[in-house]
Ligand binder design. Structure first.
Ligand SMILES: Nc1ncnc2c1ncn2[C@@H]1O[C@H](COP(=O)(O)OP(=O)(O)OP(=O)(O)O)[C@@H](O)[C@H]1O
Length: 300
């Protein structure tokens, strides 16, 4: 497990990360969202032990990550622009990692080679951004890290490769309990990949939730009441995140258990009562609206 405890990091006059606390469990895929400059990269680099936090600590299985070679052998950070040695080919990078990473697995490297359509003898600096990103995944996963921290790894990949990489990550999580942390600007991109999601803004972690919990806990209710007074009466009985009216039909976004929500509305014997599921995007919009933030930049 990764424990990020009260971590802050400042660059000159800029507070990049401000008191973030977060636990990421083994075998979890955690998605970190946020607008430009929110502090995602800084938090991920601190979590990976690349930056020393100004205050707070990052622990992996109870041991500090910063300047801890034993932990670094089990943790891999994939930057948004993967770095390779100048002039190196995939084959040469593979030989290098094999010599320095205990976890290097030649069989896994060959297996993944069947999936990524790349020439191992071609120089990486002649490849496109998306091809280099594929190579970075291939090499990283061949080192069999326990934790893989990725900064916007899907951005340069085409849709087929995105799907492939997502499937490989699912497989790694299911078969050997990989823990993955992935940052992105796009909520929709992360929706089908992650089990937990956090949103950063101005260095702070505004929301951190399990997706299933979020989805089962928030409902859209369409209702036509018999009496207009019921429209405001219901608000004192439930946690309403959002409310609007279209003609005679009222729309409520309600937080809470489904049966209890239905029961509360049904008590007024409305003409129409429908409970509808929300997309993750809608849930975040309403949650963030409730917290006073505009998250449209990460909805793309
Ligand atoms: N090395 C650095 N020196 C000075 N300021 C930095 C440095 N790295 C980041 N910052 C500042 O810290 C803040 C957070 O940056 P960070 O790169 O962590 O954000 P981000 O959420 O990853 O952004 P983006 O989505 O644009 O990649 C920004 O204001 C940035 O200018």
């Amino acid at each position: 497990m990764i424990e990020i405890r009260e971590v802050s990091k400042r660059f000159q006059d800029r507070q990049a990360v401000a008191g973030v606390t977060l636990n990421i469990h083994k075998g979890s895929i955690f998605g970190l969202l946020g607008s430009n400059g929110a502090g995602k990269t800084t938090l991920l680099k601190t979590a990976a032990g690349i930056y020393r936090p100004d205050t707070g600590t990052v622990l992996m299985d109870g041991a500090p990550v910063y300047e801890n070679p034993d932990i670094k052998r089990r943790l891999w950070f994939m930057p948004d622009y993967p770095y390779f040695f100048p002039q190196a080919t995939i084959h040469q990078m593979a030989r290098f990692y094999e010599s320095v990473y205990e976890g290097w697995n030649g069989n896994r490297f060959r297996e993944l080679g069947e999936l990524f359509p790349l020439d191992v003898k071609r120089k990486l600096n002649r490849m496109s951004k998306g091809m280099r990103q594929q190579a970075a995944f291939w090499l990283a996963l061949s080192c069999m890290p326990d934790v893989l921290i990725m900064d916007e790894p899907l951005d340069g990949l085409d849709p087929v490769m995105r799907r492939l990489v997502k499937n490989v990550l699912f497989q790694e999580v299911a078969e050997r309990g990989l823990t993955a942390v992935i940052s992105s600007h796009n909520l929709r991109e992360l929706e089908d990949l992650c089990d937990h999601v956090g949103i950063m803004h101005n260095g702070e972690l505004l929301i951190e939730k399990e997706l299933d919990e979020l989805k089962s806990d928030t409902h859209k209710v369409q209702v036509a009441f018999r009496d207009e007074r019921h429209e405001s009466a219901i608000t004192s009985r439930l946690t309403i995140l959002h409310q609007e009216k279209r003609g005679s039909v009222c729309l409520y976004i309600v937080k809470g258990e489904q049966a209890r929500t239905r029961q509360a509305f049904a008590a007024y014997q409305p003409y129409v009562l429908d409970l509808l599921p929300l997309t993750l995007e809608e849930i975040f919009i309403y949650e963030m609206e409730g917290a006073g933030y505009d998250i449209s930049p990460i909805l793309l």
